[in-house]
Write a protein that binds this ligand. Structure first.
Ligand SMILES: O=P(O)(O)OC[C@H]1O[C@H](O)[C@H](O)[C@@H](O)[C@@H]1O
Length: 325
């Protein structure tokens, strides 16, 4: 089958369940308690529950902590979800177009399509051997799809959950066309964070280079407490050619998201903020507790010649932090 759980892991569970619309979702679980859920609608990760606090004394308490959702998705969002439109939240895949800079629908069509489980995926070079459970999904164009984007491709998505709770997404796009094609891409990652508006009244000024976004040599750091200033002024930013490690520091929740990306030069940071009431109708008040930090290819689309393949990888970990500088 198009999924694997390594022999070390007798308690790992990989099962397929139906969502409220009758669409299959693959549930990945590892023994220490982390889990992830991937919908065949859009190949979208719709849940990632991670171990948050170590060495908790009671088993019940541990279970509760492990049940904490790391990505943003709430009951209002779920209730509003009606295919073929993608669910707002989780990690939608934007392909073959990011945003509206092209002739296709916003963010391309991949997030609105039904994917299938890839039962026999070709081997993946450079996938590490860490203990994990994973599922492989596949998207290919239908006859109808070829009318709006006339390019034959195979899009393979592997979603893996490691025992330590790290969520990995590896996308492989192959050109099986007779001519080259180009595309842009994003893992539109909705992170669950503490209320981004909390400190607004007391902070009126924002100097980006001072504290909101810090670029170090190999790492880009977003402080959620300060990110509010970015959001209050510009809700939609693309950082071109950004570092491959992004740390999102949430001071209130004492949690750091560490996002590592490969093959994804750009980063998009987004929250609907004040636009919400005007244009975003499928999102409840919880939009205050989310921020999208996407690993993306925006500025320079990928061009694949016939037979070529592109790989874009994202690893996300959620690390409890007791101390922030
Ligand atoms: O509403 P959606 O199509 O899901 O897009 C949500 C947002 O995605 C990205 O962050 C874009 O940069 C935004 O401009 C867009 O508003």
């Amino acid at each position: 089958m198009g999924h694997s759980a390594t022999a070390w892991d007798q308690n790992s569970v990989l099962e397929v369940v139906k969502d409220w619309n009758g669409i299959d979702q693959v549930v990945l679980r590892v023994p220490r308690g982390a889990s992830a859920q991937v919908s065949l609608h859009g190949g979208q990760v719709v849940s990632w529950k991670n171990e948050r606090v170590k060495n908790s004394c009671s088993l019940a308490a541990r279970h509760e902590l492990w049940s904490i959702e790391m990505i943003f998705i709430d009951s209002f969002v779920q209730a509003m979800f009606k295919p073929p439109k993608a669910m707002r939240g989780g990690i939608p895949i934007c392909f073959p177009q990011f945003g509206n800079c092209g002739s296709l629908e916003q963010h391309g069509f991949a997030r609105n399509k039904m994917w299938s489980i890839d039962y026999d995926p070709p081997p993946l070079r450079n996938d590490d051997d860490k203990e994990k459970v994973s599922v492989d999904l596949l998207l290919k164009p239908s006859e109808d799809d070829l009318k709006c984007w006339p390019h034959c491709y195979e899009f393979r998505l592997r979603v893996s959950l490691a025992t330590n709770g790290v969520l990995t997404m590896i996308s492989r796009v192959r050109n099986i066309n007779g001519k080259p094609f180009s595309f842009s891409f994003a893992y539109h990652t909705y992170l669950s964070v503490s209320d981004i508006r909390q400190s607004l009244p007391t902070h009126k000024r924002f100097t980006e280079q001072g504290d909101a976004v810090t670029f170090e040599s190999e790492e880009m750091t977003l402080h959620i407490r300060n990110l509010i200033h970015v959001l209050a002024t510009l809700v939609d930013r693309i950082y071109l050619g950004s570092p491959n490690v992004i740390a999102v520091l949430d001071h209130e929740k004492k949690r750091t998201f560490l996002i590592k990306k490969k093959g994804l030069p750009d980063v998009v940071v987004w929250n609907p903020w004040e636009k919400k009431s005007k244009s975003i109708t499928d999102l409840g008040d919880e939009y205050k507790q989310m921020v999208c930090v996407d690993g993306a290819v925006v500025e320079r689309p990928i061009t694949l010649k016939p037979g070529e393949e592109w790989t874009g990888r994202l690893d996300i970990s959620a690390i409890p932090s007791t101390h922030f500088i």
